[in-house]
Each structure stands twice: as structure tokens, then as C-alpha cells.
Design a protein around this ligand. Structure first.
Ligand SMILES: [Zn+2]
Length: 356
């Protein structure tokens, strides 16, 4: 367990794969260090990243009148009422398969540097062998039909974490919108298909991610799910009133379930005014860690960076800034044991209780 002494970080969320399967992305290599994006293999090693949830996100189709240079990931196709348009199942299914293939291609090309993991044991082994551990996560369940027919197939491929809805409605439930300020209590709860999806995930041992889900959906999962509650990349609503952040009641429920909150580095979810200001000081991020630890206990705090999916603090910059965060957390009062929990142990506990 030599490398575990170095306290590798298991990160609850990154959008790095998007750079390699979505069209119109800045060309870069995952295996060479560049300044583009937040994560590549050399920078991951420098930052002490042991692994993380690699998100597969369904970008909305690019409309004819949009400049491709703006990047497909930024196209959220907002309707006039502020709610994003759903995406078609067949389109989502195809794009998801492309995302999965891309991850396996990177794994093959990495010659052992990157390992797709399906069990806690595999995460541990990857840490010990100094391979970056990748957990397959779906950010929204659009690639799964309401009958759930393809869920077992995706599980067999390696799917181990699902956000039921991203910030747009689908057949399973409703995500929160991306307005700067507001409550997560918007829209109805899970559909019948959504409730069935929760049960199926419990049966298979797939983690259910509550980040992006609206509040009524959250409480439906809380009622139905047998697993610890998890928000892989969210912050504290009391400190930054974004609909994407967790209310005190939600935090309490996550703590009571034995779950975990991966704290998001996105500046908009950290600041009280929700402004996208990269110069926001690191202390703002530390405040969210402290709040969750003080309210529900340090065993329920983890990291959920949102690297490659958000504007993060300049002081962190990219994945190589993780040691700086750990140092700041230490200075703010987290002791060695707490930092080990935040780095990976809290995730290990939750994954052990969730996965089969
Ligand atoms: Zn997200």
C-alpha cells in the first residue's frame, strides 16, 4: 500500500472525455502535457490524482445557425421558458457509446497508465500500481430507454455511476436549471421510469448521483434507494445559492445515509453572487469543505472537481493544483486523518456500500 501513503485523490467528477469524443473540441493529447483543459495523464500524476469519475455527457446537437467554434458542449438549447430541450434516445445512445469507446481506446493506448475500474478492489490496485483509475459515469440517463433494456449492457461494459438527469428533463426525471441563483426545488419528482431506474441501479450496484437532479427528485431517491446518498460534484446552497447546490436539508439527508458530497471547484457554485470570476480566492472553496464537514461530519466530504467541465479557480488552475487545495484544507484545520478521508477513503466507504 506504498502509494496510498501518498494519499492519492479520488475525484467525484471530470468532463475530460468530452475533449476526445465531442466534435469541435480543441485538439490535444491525453498522454502529453499541454496547457489545454485541466486533466491529461502527465498532469494527473503531478497533481496526485489517483482516479475519478469520468463523465460521459450528451451534448445537444449543434443547430445549423451556431458557430461550431463556440464548442458543442456550450450548446444547451434553452427553450424560451428557460428549460433545456430533451435529447433523443437514439442520439444519446450513440453518443454515449462513442464516449465509452473513447475511454477504452485511451485505456488501450495508455499502456497501463489508465485503467477502467469496476470494483473497489480494482480502484485500490490501480492506486497501488500507479495507474489512473477511471470510473464510468453517465451525466444524465438519456442513453437508457424507459424500459431500462440497455442498462445491463452498459453495466457489463463498466458503467458504475449514473446521474438520473443532467440539467434538462428526460424520461426519468428533471434536472435543475443553470441559472445563477435560485432554489433546487423546481419541477416534479422522478417519473415512474425514474423510480424503476433507482431500483435497478440498487440491484446492479450502480451509484446514483444526485448532482443536477432537482429537489423533488432528490427526495424520491432518498425514499427509494437502499444505497448511501451521493452528490458527486455539488456545493453548499447556504454559501452560494445556485440551484446546483445542496440545501442544508439535503446535506443532512446525505450525512444520515452515510453518503458523501464531492465539492465542486466551479467558481459559480462557490461565490455568493454566482459570478464566473476565476480570480475568486481559494478560501471560498475551502469554506464549502468546512461547512459540509461542520454540518454533517468530515466522513461525508470529498472532492468533485468538475475539471474540464467548468471555470475553476485560477489558484487551482488545473489538476496540478490539487496539492495546493490539500494544503489549504490542512491550514484551515483538517488533520491528516480528515485529509485522507477527503482524498479517497470516504469515497471508498461509499463505493464499497454501493457497488456489488
Ligand atoms: Zn455536472
Amino acid at each position: 500500500m506504498k502509494s496510498l501513503n501518498k494519499r492519492p485523490i479520488l475525484d467525484g467528477h471530470n468532463d475530460t472525455l468530452q475533449a476526445f469524443y465531442l466534435p469541435n473540441q480543441t485538439q490535444r493529447s491525453f498522454f502529453e502535457r499541454t496547457d489545454t483543459g485541466h486533466i491529461d495523464l502527465p498532469r494527473a500524476k503531478l497533481g496526485g490524482l489517483g482516479g475519478g469519475f469520468f463523465s460521459i455527457f450528451i451534448a445537444a446537437p449543434l443547430p445549423a445557425n451556431m458557430d461550431p467554434g463556440e464548442g458543442i458542449g456550450k450548446n444547451h438549447q434553452v427553450n424560451t421558458d428557460g428549460v433545456m430541450k430533451p435529447v433523443e434516445f437514439s442520439y444519446a445512445h450513440e453518443m454515449t457509446n462513442r464516449g465509452i469507446e473513447t475511454l477504452f481506446d485511451l485505456e488501450a493506448e495508455s499502456e497501463g497508465g489508465l485503467k477502467v475500474v469496476r470494483t473497489v478492489k480494482e480502484v485500490q490496485s490501480a492506486f497501488e500500481e500507479d495507474r489512473l483509475a477511471a470510473i464510468i459515469h453517465f451525466e444524465g440517463a438519456e442513453a437508457i430507454e424507459p424500459t431500462l433494456d440497455s442498462l445491463d449492457g452498459f453495466y457489463a461494459k463498466g458503467l458504475r455511476s449514473i446521474g438520473i438527469a443532467w440539467s434538462r428533463p428526460n424520461v426519468f426525471g428533471y434536472g435543475v436549471d443553470l441559472r445563477i441563483q435560485g432554489t433546487p426545488d423546481q419541477g416534479p419528482g422522478l417519473t415512474q421510469a425514474g423510480k424503476e431506474l433507482v431500483k435497478a441501479c440498487n440491484r446492479l450496484g450502480i451509484l446514483i448521483d444526485l448532482s443536477h437532479l432537482n429537489e423533488k427528485g432528490f427526495w424520491d431517491v432518498e425514499k427509494i434507494s437502499l444505497s448511501p446518498l451521493v452528490a458527486t460534484h455539488s456545493c453548499v446552497h447556504a454559501l452560494s445559492p445556485s440551484p446546483r447546490n445542496l440545501t442544508d436539508r439535503q446535506l443532512d439527508a446525505i450525512g444520515a445515509s452515510g453518503g458523501v458530497v464531492g465539492i465542486n471547484f466551479c467558481v459559480r457554485f462557490l461565490r455568493r453572487d454566482g459570478e464566473e470570476i476565476p480570480e475568486t480566492p481559494l478560501s471560498e472553496l475551502v469554506r464549502h469543505f468546512r461547512y459540509v464537514a461542520e454540518r454533517i461530519g468530515v466522513d461525508h466530504v470529498a472532492i468533485g472537481s468538475d475539471f474540464d467541465g467548468a471555470t475553476i479557480l485560477n489558484e487551482i488552475g488545473d489538476v496540478t493544483g490539487l496539492p495546493k487545495l490539500m494544503e489549504s484544507l490542512h491550514h484551515s484545520g483538517f488533520d491528516e486523518e480528515a485529509l485522507t478521508g477527503i482524498s479517497f477513503k470516504n469515497w471508498f466507504r461509499v463505493l464499497s456500500a454501493t457497488w456489488k
